[in-house]
Design a protein around this ligand. Structure first.
Ligand code: GRF
Length: 201
């Protein structure tokens, strides 16, 4: 008898390199979740091709097809519920989710943000870190709550800001760390969520 692992949906908007890192990590037999769906809010999100090439369902749900944020979020909720999704990983998903949606998935949505939160929630994190003269930058894996980029942190990684860094060069250095910390931080959180989960084979 096999008990299915918790089912993870990864939400993306573009390139999807963090999604790729999660998919590769979840291939390990002892990873505590399986990737059941990759969903993008843009039909041309490059990451969708990677997912379908790996045999993972890849779904475009363009937010432009919906008049209001809440309508998009309701459709998103329907797609996730229809696939019995247990947890959601935001990976470069550039949409703010409405409080109503987030409250329906309490503790079950995790995000990676390219700054050392609570510093620099929102956009342009690398430019802001350079302009502030920060010696360090980094990334944070955190639980999503109704306040943008303010939920409890699960993991952080730091990198130095180097003389001559541009937003792009700093972003590239931080991205390496994003790929390193997201999967294990998410795994630890999912193990906490599913403490009673036992795999019987
Ligand atoms: C990452 O830096 C992520 O932290 C930020 O947007 C970028 C997305 O990159 N929110 P990718 O799509 O995962 O390659």
């Amino acid at each position: 008898m096999t008990i299915e692992k918790p089912r993870l949906a990864i939400l993306i908007s573009g390139r999807g390199s963090n999604m790729e890192a999660l998919v590769r990590a979840a291939d390990a037999p002892d990873y505590p979740a399986g990737v059941a769906l990759v969903l993008a809010n843009k039909a041309d999100a490059a990451g969708l091709q990677f997912a379908s090439a790996r045999g993972i369902e890849a779904l475009a749900l363009p937010h432009r097809d919906f008049a209001a944020r809440e309508d998009f979020d309701a459709a998103l909720d329907r797609e996730l519920s229809a696939r019995r999704i247990d947890a959601i990983a935001l990976a470069g998903f550039m949409r703010i989710l409405s409080p109503g949606f987030i409250l329906q998935w309490p503790g079950r949505i995790v995000n990676i943000h390219p700054s050392l939160l609570p510093k620099y929630p929102g956009l342009h994190t690398h430019r802001r870190a350079i302009e502030a003269g920060d010696a360090e930058a980094g990334c944070t894996v955190h639980i999503v709550t109704e306040t943008l980029d303010a939920g409890p942190a699960l993991a952080q990684a730091r990198v130095p800001v180097l003389a001559g860094d541009t937003a792009d060069s700093l972003a590239a250095r931080v991205l390496v760390q994003e790929h390193r910390i997201y999967a294990p931080a998410l795994a630890a959180h999912i193990r906490d969520l599913h403490q009673s989960f036992v795999q019987i084979t």
